[in-house]
Write a protein that binds this ligand. Structure first.
Ligand code: BES
Ligand code: ZN
Length: 846
């Protein structure tokens, strides 16, 4: 494989004086950039992608240049080395693919409008202007812009506006010089925007911006969170937020979830705006996303990874800090539980498939950069490792180490070991050697715990689901046991701790490892150790019960224990449950669903089982929200209803229909936490063309993305061929389904047995279109990942192979194809081997 050429080896930029002239109506822009810096070679190179380069001059003299599209570069004959100021004139087109400079579309009061957005991470600044588009090439930016401006429209960028009078005369908006930063963090946004502003304690001006398609009140929640999170980070990191403003801007079209541009963070609307009718979980999600992007203002923006292989320095870290921050400002939310039910299972699942990437991973080709952002690895696993490290070092040493790290490296670039060095300084521990085994190796261990000949035996082995090659990898595992008398870590393959009875006598509870589930491993308790834990289960705290359910589920997925045993395990949990326990059962339920075919005799037994399990919760919580109830009750109810409506629980179904009737003239008024279930139930039990029509109309009319999501999930319940065909036709119609939402629809339709075959056929027939519409986009690989997550028959496995194997040389999806094949094969195999045992266990449980 050819390594990516680093252009910083030819030219080191110091400052970009960048001017853009944007024409929305013709979808074009032109620009001029004067780049000051040091030429290290007589011929230098800058990045550009699909730009027309009109001229390059040095001190008024034209220079020769050649465009090199294959390498996304322009080579310039400077003729000398040393300090230079090059001026490049250029032009480009504004395209819809949500990278570089792009339009974001919306409708307000029936009028179609657009705002202009930017998305430069990871390597799309080069679509907007020639630059050294590498994270290490930090420079300052002086940005100015003019556009076909209409009354009331504004421009935002990383820094405050300056020269306001000049703008009033000329229409050119000018922004103050940025700090030294990477090109991927530059941003602007323009259009008819509304805002709410407040000041953080340290004086930073915090603003929330969105189009006027949303009620002004939907900006309030984000403003309050952003202010308090900035206050928290300034305190925790011990370093002031470095620039005068922190703006959060929501875009109607947005490729990823949110983007941390310094001072001008951009968001998908669903991750910033919250109206009065919103669910607890959507508010928590918004808070977490804001805290994530704000963490990057230090971790990523102030100090940046040298190269993309250390992307985890940004993402794993921000993904951990979002939880630390929200837990600090809203302790009653118990937000760590959210990580236990989302990030943890995602990491534990994906990291168990052979062929998965490690958190720290080499990148040689730009096409590989996108694949780095694997949510389950660099985000979920990476942050799990950071939580593990924080616990191992203690919060104080951890925070003190961060302060040293920021002070030493601010406005500069680092590699992972720079962080370990700072943390070692404050903790006195050898952080590098502890973390290396976790970051450099793919996968994670399962620790077997057993009593043998009167001694406690602990051993580690890599945990796999599906076909694999065991390479004998070992990890330095923090045991974090609830018992005194055990060593802190297990580094060797196994160890024996003598006199188990003596240990047990000194400790009162059942032995547990990995308390609070902060370390990245699972435990396979055996014999009496397992019996003791299962006996104690009703008295254990919710996080622990959830952890045990999760671990047992993974062991069953791997074939290390019988899937039938899981049925017995959850069948006992018929009492009233906490959110965590309900979520753990529900995840096992998702696993069991695959053994139970729709309409089969065993399905009715299975439904009976679910009604037994969740009946007591329903009796306590009821169908509707109760005034003054806790957030946890609302979240638990969502799980309970989802299970009971699936199980055709008569009273719940009747209640859902009743609520639908009440709100049928304005479905958006259904309470958000119940809306999804009510809409889904109605389509499932009373599908008509009129109902489908009503849902589709509401989908197009609303600007509320949570409502859209609920409608999409409901429509995916359809059992009508023409409805499915109609939805699939809309995939290419941006006025109905936005490209940003295609992968969501794809997942919903793949998840239902009736719709799966149609959407899968559609994807294969329209692959070239998908690739051209989303090829450079973050969501592209989901078109491989989602079928791999859902297919469960030999027939689909063969189809998946036949279609994707010929594309194995496409680096953007190659790893996901080979992992996907293993994943589906493992599932097909598991169902074949365990189906009768699962059915027998269900029969027995009801
Ligand atoms: N830096 C990323 C956004 C990004 C991802 C840009 C991939 C380019 C390519 C941002 O900080 C991020 O992590 N966003 C998440 C949301 C977050 C709250 C987990 C995302 O977009 O999924
Ligand atoms: Zn991030």
């Amino acid at each position: 494989m050819t390594a990516v050429k680093r252009l910083i080896e030819t030219f080191v930029p110091e400052n970009y004086d960048l001017f853009l002239d944007i024409n929305r109506s013709s979808k074009t822009f032109s620009g001029r950039v004067t780049i000051t810096g040091e030429a290290l070679k007589e011929q230098i190179s800058l990045h550009q992608h699909d730009l027309e380069i009109l001229s390059v001059t040095l001190e008024g003299k034209s220079l020769n240049f050649t465009k090199d599209d294959a390498n996304e570069a322009v080579h310039i004959a400077v003729g000398r080395t040393g300090d230079v100021a090059l001026t490049v004139m250029f032009a480009g087109n504004i395209t819809d693919n949500m990278t570089g400079i792009y339009p974001s579309y919306y409708t307000v009061d029936g009028v179609k409008k657009e705002v202009i957005a930017t998305q430069f991470e990871s390597h799309f600044a080069r679509e907007a202007f020639p630059c050294v588009d590498e994270p290490e090439a930090k420079a300052t930016f002086d940005f100015s812009v003019t556009f076909d401006q209409e009354e009331g429209e504004i421009v935002l960028s990383n820094m405050p506006e300056i020269k306001v009078e000049h703008r009033k005369e000329t229409g050119v908006w000018t922004f103050d010089t940025t700090p030294r930063m990477s090109s991927y963090l530059l941003a602007f946004g323009l259009g008819d925007l509304q805002s709410k502003k407040a000041k953080a304690k340290g004086g930073t001006e915090v603003g929330i911006f969105a189009t006027k398609a949303h009620p002004a009140s939907s900006l309030d929640f984000a403003l309050d969170i952003a202010v308090r999170v900035i206050d928290f980070y300034e305190d925790y990191f011990g370093v002031k937020y470095p620039i005068p403003l922190s703006y959060q801007l929501a875009h109607p079209d947005f490729s990823s979830g949110a983007m941390e541009n310094w001072g001008l963070i951009t968001y998908r609307e669903i991750y910033l705006l919250v109206d009065e009718n919103s669910s607890v979980s959507s508010r928590q999600q918004v808070a977490l996303v804001i805290a994530h992007e704000l963490a990057h203002q230090w971790f990523g923006n102030l100090v940046t990874m040298k190269w993309w292989d250390d992307l985890w320095l940004n993402e794993s870290f921000a993904n951990m800090m979002e939880y630390v921050a929200i837990d600090a400002i809203e302790p009653s939310w118990n937000i760590m539980e959210d990580f236990q039910t989302t990030g943890c299972p995602a990491a534990l699942k994906r990291d168990a498939t052979d062929g998965v990437q490690s958190v720290h991973v080499e990148v040689n080709h730009p096409d590989e950069i996108n694949t780095l952002f694997d949510p389950a690895i660099v985000y979920a696993k990476g942050s799990r490792l950071m939580h593990m490290l924080r616990r191992w070092l203690g919060n104080e040493a951890f925070a003190a180490g961060l302060k040293i790290y920021f002070e030493k490296h601010q406005y500069g670039s680092t590699v992972g070991h720079d962080l370990w060095e700072a943390l070692s300084q404050t903790s006195g521990k050898d952080v590098a050697s502890f973390m290396d085994s976790w970051l450099e190796q793919p996968g994670y261990p399962v620790v077997s715990a057993n009593v043998e000949d009167g001694a406690l035996k602990l051993s580690q082995e890599q945990f796999f689901i599906g076909e694999h090659e065991n390479k004998g990898r070992l990890w330095e595992i923090p045991l974090n046991s609830n018992w005194a008398g055990l060593p802190d870590t297990l580094s060797s393959e196994s160890m024996t701790i003598a006199n188990f009875d003596g240990l047990a006598a000194d400790n009162s509870n059942a032995l547990r490892l990995n308390t609070e589930n902060t370390a990245h491993y699972i435990t396979n308790y055996q014999g009496q150790l397992l019996e003791n834990i299962l006996k104690a289960l009703p008295d254990l705290d919710a996080v622990t019960v959830h952890q045990i359910l999760q671990e047992r589920r993974l062991l069953a997925e791997a074939g290390q224990i019988s899937y039938g045993d899981l049925v017995g395990l959850i069948a006992e949990l018929t009492g009233e449950k906490s959110y965590m326990v309900a979520a753990g059962i529900s995840q096992i339920g998702t696993g069991l669903d695959r053994f139970v075919d729709e309409g089969s005799a065993i399905e009715s037994k299975y439904k009976e089982l679910l009604i037994n399990i969740f009946g007591a919760d329903y009796a306590r919580l009821g169908f509707e929200k109760v005034a003054g109830e806790s957030d946890e009750d609302e979240m638990t109810r969502e799980i309970v209803l989802s299970n009971l409506l699936y199980a055709d629980h008569a009273e719940a179904v009747a209640k859902a229909s009743e609520l639908f009737e009440i709100h049928k003239d304005d479905l958006s008024k259904l309470p958000a936490s119940l809306r999804g279930e009510v809409l889904r139930n109605q389509l499932k039990t009373a599908e008509t063309d009129d109902l489908v029509e009503q849902y589709l109309k509401a989908y197009v009319a609303t600007n509320d993305n949570n409502f859209r999501r609920d409608l999409a999930l409901a429509l995916a319940q359809s059992k009508c061929e023409t409805t499915v065909a109609r939805i699939l036709e809309s995939f290419k119609n941006k006025d109905i389904i936005k490209p940003q939402d295609l992968s969501m629809w794809y997942a919903f339709l793949l998840s239902r047995p009736f719709t799966q075959k149609y959407v899968w056929a559609w994807a294969r027939e329209n692959w070239d279109w998908i690739k051209s519409a989303l090829g450079g986009d973050m969501s592209f690989d989901k078109f491989v990942i989602y079928p791999a997550m859902m297919f469960k028959t030999k027939e689909r496995l063969d189809e998946f192979k036949a279609f994707f194997e010929p594309q194995l040389d496409d680096m953007a999806i190659s790893r996901n194809i080979s992992m996907g094949i293993k994943e589906i094969a493992a599932r097909v195999d598991l169902i074949e081997r365990q189906k009768s045992a699962v059915h027998a266990a269900i029969e027995e449980a009801v």
